[in-house]
Write a protein that binds this ligand. Structure first.
Ligand code: SF4
Length: 212
């Protein structure tokens, strides 16, 4: 990103932070990935239980490495011997002190939009864990909820490939509106605001291109 593009990304990030604050999200501007990592890890006390949503952004920012460093009680649903064990970890995640995740989209009217395969991420963002921390680059910002749903669908082929689901989109990179049991597009969730539990959801916005 050159200096002008960086400036533009900073403007976008700062604007969305103010929009989200008006909807009672705990929105925080982070000047870069390193700063975002510090903001997130400073929020979580050592020993706290943490569950995560599958997220390239968490890996790219280094947050995932911190979460799995041994300082926290990481609810690890990635290394489970069976599907049933994984589901148990998902369920455990609903009682986590912190749920840390990326997001598929953030609208310019202050909504979070996510499409899930299992619903562990969409469910946990909506209710369950005491605190939710969403980390996002400016590439996640869209105009409307409809654009957010479209964005989620447009990146789903990459996520399907990442998690090795055998869907038609992993062949040619395009959505085929599949009705396959392997589809990762089962549940779409819109968080309209944070009024019910002010500040429960923190959104850290970074003026970088992160994740899909
Ligand atoms: S609906 Fe099916 S084909 Fe379309 S993106 Fe989702 S998983 Fe892929």
């Amino acid at each position: 990103m050159d200096a002008i593009a960086k400036w533009h990304a900073e403007c976008k990030a700062q604007e969305i932070v103010e929009i989200l604050k008006k909807k009672d999200f705990n929105a925080i501007y982070a000047q870069n990935s390193e700063a975002a990592k510090k903001i997130v890890m400073d929020m979580i006390p050592e020993g706290a239980s943490i569950a995560v949503g599958g997220s390239v952004t968490l890996s790219e920012t280094g947050i995932m490495s911190e979460i799995t460093s041994g300082k926290y009680k990481f609810i690890d649903r990635f290394n489970t011997p069976s599907f049933e064990d994984m589901l148990e970890k998902y369920r455990e995640g609903f009682f986590a002190d912190y749920f840390v995740t990326g997001t598929n989209a953030i609208t310019k009217t202050g909504e979070l939009v996510n499409t899930d395969c299992t619903g562990n991420r969409t469910g946990a963002i909506a209710f369950g864990p005491k605190r939710v921390i969403v980390v996002a680059g400016v590439n996640k910002i869209v105009d409307t909820v409809e654009d957010g749903i479209k964005r989620a669908k447009s990146i789903a082929p990459m996520n399907a490939k990442r998690i090795t689901h055998k869907t038609p989109c992993t062949i040619d990179g395009k959505c085929h509106e599949c009705h396959d049991t392997q589809t990762i597009c089962n549940i779409t969730n819109i968080i309209h605001n944070c009024y019910k539990f002010p500040g429960r959801i923190t959104v850290v916005i970074i003026p970088e291109i992160l994740g899909y």
